[in-house]
Design a protein around this ligand. Structure first.
Ligand SMILES: Nc1ncnc2c1ncn2[C@@H]1O[C@H](COP(=O)(O)OP(=O)(O)OP(=O)(O)O)[C@@H](O)[C@H]1O
Length: 237
């Protein structure tokens, strides 16, 4: 990190997206593809933003840019006042680790390990002691209503319980921003509803929550509703 790269800039929106685009492949190549074009929008701190749109429209590409997993090939992604597009890998990694957590459609849990062990892994790079991570993991499991399953192996959980465990893991490092990629994509409608309710409840505690979804009824829970179509991002609400 250079001296001009500061992690502490507490004012303004969580994200300011300024003409961001992502092209895969060299622009001069006939196989080059522009997956995202000239996106421009803000995500207020503490808001719930949903990203909807058809398959292949660019939702995951956009979420990867927001998560600093990928870089835009044009424009800027400002996170909490900090420009990131041309920042060093080290700085981007540090920003991601201190501010963001992720929840995925397929949970990404270790099936043969206990729920508690899995949740503790969310704090692995937080600098906390093992005892402190265990205490936080138990607290986050209680928050998602899974305290009675702490000692069970993940393989014994239902799909909805697995996603709760994944959410608890994402919360161990106390993120400001939670990025969810189709968090209900592998769940039936009853479990989907319960997971969305849980996410909304967590978000009302001040978390900035960004959720990609195929489901129009879930997209409507967003205070900011983005729609991606053919690489173009539009704000519906
Ligand atoms: N690494 C890559 N190289 C080339 N093209 C890519 C790459 N990643 C994504 N694309 C293309 O960019 C477009 C947008 O993909 P993206 O995964 O963002 O869509 P999506 O809206 O998330 O789709 P889905 O809902 O099916 O997950 C697609 O046409 C995809 O084929």
């Amino acid at each position: 990190m250079t001296t001009s790269e500061s992690l502490v800039r507490p004012h303004g929106p969580a994200y300011r997206i300024q003409g961001a685009g992502r092209r895969f492949g060299d622009a001069s190549s006939p196989t080059s593809f522009e997956a995202l074009r000239d996106a421009a929008f803000d995500i207020p701190s503490g808001s719930l933003t949903t990203i909807a749109g058809p398959s292949g429209s660019g939702k995951s590409t956009l979420l990867s840019l927001l998560g600093l997993i990928d870089r835009p090939t044009s424009g800027e992604i400002v996170v909490d006042g900090v420009p990131t597009a041309t920042a060093s890998d080290k700085f981007r990694t540090q920003l991601r680790a201190t501010k963001m957590s992720f929840v995925f459609q397929s949970f990404h849990l270790m099936s043969s390990r206990s729920v508690l062990e899995n949740v503790m892994l969310g704090g692995l790079y937080s600098g906390l002691s093992r005892a402190a991570r265990m205490e936080r993991a138990a607290d986050r499991l209680a928050r998602v209503g899974l305290e009675s399953k702490a000692r069970k192996t993940v393989a014994t959980l239902s799909g909805g319980e697995k996603q709760r465990a994944a959410i608890a893991r994402a919360l161990v490092a106390d993120p400001q921003i939670l990025l969810c990629d189709e968090p209900t994509g592998n769940l039936d409608s009853k479990n989907s509803g319960a997971i969305v309710e849980l996410l909304v409840e967590l978000q009302s505690g001040g978390l900035t929550l960004v959720m990609v979804t195929h489901d129009p009824s879930i997209a409507r829970v967003g205070s900011v509703q983005l729609r991606v179509k053919d690489g173009e991002v539009r704000r519906d609400a």
